[in-house]
Structures are given as C-alpha cells and as structure tokens.
Design a protein around this ligand. Structure first.
Ligand SMILES: Nc1nc2c(ncn2[C@@H]2O[C@H](COP(=O)(O)OP(=O)(O)O)[C@@H](O)[C@H]2O)c(=O)[nH]1
Ligand SMILES: [Mg+2]
Length: 299
C-alpha cells in the first residue's frame, strides 16, 4: 500500500518515471483493468456518504475497491478532508480498500490524465473496482465522465442543486441518476422533474435510471449498484466498452504528447536565450514552437 501511495504521488507530479510504472504494469501478469465508476454532484449532496456505503456493499461481496477523491480546487490535496477521513476510517484497516485523495498540477485535463494512470496502477495492484469522487464544478465532472465507465450523478431534494447540475450539462454525462436524501421533503418532486426531463431528451440505447437513496441509512445502495452493473453489461453487450477503452488510450496518448511537448518547449525557451530573443523580436509563436519540436529531441 505504501508503494502504491508513493507511485500515485509520482503520477500527480507528472514525474517522468511514470513510464517505468507503465512498463511495470504491462509486465505484471495479473494486471487487470478495474471497473471505474464516477460519482459527481454539487458539494453536500451526500457523495462521500454514498461512496462509503457502496464500499461497504462491495466488501460484503468480497470485491476490493479503491476510491480516488479528486479535488480540482487544490493542486495538491495530500489527504482527504477531515470529514471524509473520519467517515472512511472504518475501512482504514481493510487491506482490500484503498482511499486516496488526488490533485493534479497544471492544465485542464491534468486530473483525468493522472486518474487514468492511477487506475491502471490500481489494476496491477489487484483492485476490482475503482470509484472516483469529484465535486461537480465547471469542467471536473466532464473529466470524470471521460475516465469512468459509468458516471453517477447525485442530486438531492434541494432544488438549487438540481437546477445547477442541469444547467451545467450534467444530463448528458449521467449514466445513472441518484436522488439522495429520500428522507427529506420534496424528494418525490425532484424525481418527477428529473423523469420528465429525461423523457423529453432524445432517445438513446441506454436510458439512465433514477435511483432514490438514503445514504446515511444505506438505503437504495444495493439498487444503485445493480443499476451500475446493468449499465456495465449494456456497455459490454453493445461493444461500447471496447470502443471506449480504445478511444481513451488514443486520446490519452495525444494528451500526454501535448504535455511532453509543452514541457520541452518551456525548457527550450528557458535554456536558449537566442531563441527567446528572436521570438520576442519577431512575435512568431507558431513558427518558434514548430522549430522547437522539430529540432529538440531531449526530454
Ligand atoms: N438527511 C440526509 N442527510 C444525508 C444523506 N446522505 C448524506 N447526508 C448528509 O449530508 C451531508 C453531506 O454529505 P457528504 O457525504 O459529505 O456530501 P458530499 O459533499 O457530496 O461528499 C452530511 O452531513 C451527511 O450526513 C441522506 O440520505 N439523508
Ligand atoms: Mg465529499
């Protein structure tokens, strides 16, 4: 576990030794690709409580599970926030549960790159299931959807956050909807609104189910997991699973290439005063970038 935690730190830092990690994963004969489920919502809707309940369910079914809580707001989170840490403590001594909060440095998309790399590593460490927990602010929920096989969007009877999520285009990324806090007034109305909205959406081969839950009492969690499994098997049956994983590898490689090129360019400009001087004089970033990529092969 220590080795795993250390390796994830290297991944967060985008350390070049990631390539050695990849080789190690490739040569690991038991490496498997874990199933990835993403949970996203506005803060306070009960994601962490729900994820904790799902972890408990999975452990009862003898599945190992890793939770990556991604925090787009802090470049290096270093550890889970206090409330989550306390909540997750009951799994702390279970070697089949790995919980880690992850940040990513740099550009947009950094988080999804880092989590994909981490997911492969978790597969080599034998984890069956990976759960990503992300606060749905701005781009981060789209990043989750780009990494997860199944994206769960969590809403609550609080009308404010349902409107907010829908505004953010969350409808398109949800494979499963959870309406949590079913013990609170207004729950039925949110479910009804959501159903109406889904019925108006264009027909697709997968219709996202709406699962009511009370995360604090573990109610509805089993139904939620069944819905996630049903979505998985839909992906498998339609050939989408394979298509997705192939497309992701290609996209990921292109993103890493961009990252490496950016690094190389910055270094060249830092280390070569004549090049920088000419750039500043001529004002030709395109030409300069091209030249750097053509002539510099160092990494
Ligand atoms: N009444 C009620 N409260 C809940 C439920 N699920 C979570 N909560 C509470 O909502 C608050 C936020 O939960 P948390 O899991 O931290 O939300 P997150 O910010 O989305 O991760 C906590 O005080 C939880 O105890 C639920 O089903 N019903
Ligand atoms: Mg949380």
């Amino acid at each position: 576990m220590r080795a795993l935690a250390r390796a994830i730190t290297l991944i967060e830092r985008r350390d070049p030794s990631i390539r050695d990690l990849e080789d190690a994963v490739r040569d690991h004969t038991d490496a498997q690709v874990p199933d990835v489920t993403g949970f996203t919502s506005a803060p306070g809707t009960g994601k962490s409580t729900l994820v904790d309940a799902v972890v408990t369910l999975l452990r009862k079914r003898s599945q190992s599970v890793a939770v990556l809580a991604t925090d787009p707001n802090s470049p290096f989170t270093g550890g889970a926030i206090l409330g989550d840490r306390i909540r997750m403590q009951r799994h702390a001594l279970d070697p089949k549960v790995f919980i880690r909060s992850m940040g990513a440095r740099g550009h947009l998309g950094g988080l999804s790159l880092a989590s994909r790399e981490a997911i492969r590593l978790l597969g080599a460490f034998g984890f069956d299931q990976v759960i990503l927990e992300t606060v749905g602010v701005g781009q981060s929920e789209l990043e989750v959807a780009a990494v997860a096989d199944t994206t769960v969007v969590v809403l609550t009877p609080n009308l404010g956050d349902s409107v907010q999520m829908i505004k953010a285009g969350i409808l398109e990324i949800a494979d499963v909807f959870v309406v949590n806090k079913a013990d609170i007034d207004g729950h039925g109305r949110v479910v009804a609104e959501l159903r109406t909205m889904l019925n108006m959406a264009p027909k697709t081969s997968w219709k996202p189910p709406i699962i009511p839950t009370v995360a604090t009492r573990q109610e509805g969690v089993q139904q939620l997991w069944e819905a996630i499994l049903a979505h998985r098997s839909h992906l498998e049956k339609t050939g989408k699973a394979k298509e997705l994983s192939e497309r992701r590898l290609r996209d990921e490689t292109a993103e890493v290439a961009a990252e490496l090129a950016r690094e190389r360019t910055r270094r060249a400009l830092r280390e070569d005063p004549t090049l920088t001087e000419r750039l500043l004089k001529d004002g030709t970033p395109y030409r300069t970038a091209e030249e750097i990529l053509r002539t510099r092969t160092d990494n």
